[in-house]
Design a protein. Sequence first.
Length: 74
Amino acid sequence: MELIGPTKKKILMEIAQGPCHGYKLALALTLPLATVYGHLQDLKELGLVESHKKDRQIIYELTEKGKLFIKVIQ
């Protein structure tokens, strides 16, 4: 049984490389922006990522729970 799907895993792995904004994630993963933001919202609700505003962008990064989760799925 998978805890999260493959797209959310890809997003988490990308954010694990360093904090980034949704547009960068969409480009890196070749996914529609709406899809990325939907998954980011789900990941926030799960407590795996958090966001903060920097200038005009919303930056996403892993929480401690998210960092532990990455270790488990690798």
